[in-house]
Design a protein around this ligand. Structure first.
Ligand code: PEP
Ligand code: MG
Length: 318
């Protein structure tokens, strides 16, 4: 099966009845883009740009960042690049950006909250992405957004840059979206969907914040299962709200490469799955296992359960 998956890795992601689901790669290093493409990735669905920042002793300047993002854009050769703006703070400190000691770093200054305290760093990053993304379908997403007010603050910076940069010098096929990883965003998805270009669901953090389980906890993290029906309901809310506004939805957390979860996510209407590069052929093969009506049946079955264990048992019994 693995060999068949590998041989069919360049086929487009589709269910057995032809419903299109893009399969992209999660990367933390732009030098790995070529490898992702060779494994069949249809784009980069999550570029974790904080790893680029962590690899430098000081904040990388505009030109350094342009060179980094340009590597990804060039190797993608027309495929989309979904780049996440710097997601540090809390558990991911940067030596040159000290954050005060916090009692609850996962609930503290991190992601977009931190970025908005130093808008010059965010602005340089957005400028670098726009310049490097010339000729590339560029999708920029903001991490840890909790509501539309935070999105609007970042959007104001982004819109100003778009005006400043001549069109010939920057990406023109560009979208600005948010990660759905804080439950408030899923609960209020209609207000966000009206203003963003897309959603990408970060199931790792969404699960952590929904179930109140530290995703790295040595004893509890096994219970932080993204197939929990409470998490699935939030995903359903996000997808329904986005589609009602004609926006697309990806999933870029671990759940996207979980064989049991793939049909459930597709049944909920997810348009793109972004997974570790080595999983790309396997996720594409998994998509060919079922048709859309089967996916919808599995999604409904999962949503009707009360616990993640019950969801997994019910799906396995099919
Ligand atoms: C997530 O939270 O699901 C996600 C994709 O982001 P990260 O794992 O980098 O926090
Ligand atoms: Mg996250």
């Amino acid at each position: 099966r693995e060999r068949d998956a590998w041989e069919a890795r360049f086929e487009e992601g589709r269910t057995s009845d032809g419903h299109r689901v893009e399969v992209a790669a999660n990367l933390g290093n732009t030098a790995h883009t070529q490898d992702a493409v060779e494994r069949g990735a249809e784009g980069v669905g999550l570029l974790r740009t904080e790893f680029i920042f962590m690899a430098h002793a000081q904040a990388p300047d505009l030109d350094t960042q342009i060179a980094e993002y340009r590597t990804a854009a060039e190797n993608l050769d027309g495929r989309p690049l979904v780049a996440r703006t710097l997601d540090v703070g809390g558990d991911k400190p940067l030596p040159y950006w000290p954050v005060p000691q916090e009692d609850n770093p996962f609930l503290g200054l991190r992601g977009i909250r931190l970025a908005l305290t130093k808008p010059d760093i965010l602005e340089t990053q957005l400028r670098a992405l726009l310049i490097a993304g010339r000729g590339c379908p560029l999708r920029i997403m903001l991490p840890m957004v909790k509501d539309v007010a935070e999105f609007r603050q970042a959007r104001a910076i982004f819109d100003r840059l778009l005006e400043q940069l001549p069109e010939a010098e920057r990406a023109t096929d560009v979208q600005l979206g948010v990660m759905i990883e804080v439950p408030s965003c899923a609960l209020l998805a209609p207000s966000l969907a009206a203003e963003v270009d897309f959603f990408s669901i970060g199931t790792n953090d969404l699960t952590q914040y929904t179930l109140a389980i530290d995703r790295g906890h040595s004893e509890l993290s096994a219970q932080a299962d993204g197939l929990h029906p409470a998490v699935l309901r939030l995903i359903q809310m996000a997808v329904d709200a986005a589609h009602a506004q004609g926006k697309w939805v990806g999933v870029c957390g671990e759940l996207a490469s979980d064989a049991a979860a793939v049909p459930v996510l597709v049944g909920l209407g997810v348009d793109e799955l972004s997974v570790a590069s080595r999983q790309v052929p396997l996720v594409k093969a998994r998509l060919r296992d079922f048709d859309m009506s089967e996916a919808q049946r599995q999604a409904a079955l999962a949503l009707s359960q009360a616990t993640s264990e019950a969801v997994r048992e019910a799906l396995e019994a099919l």
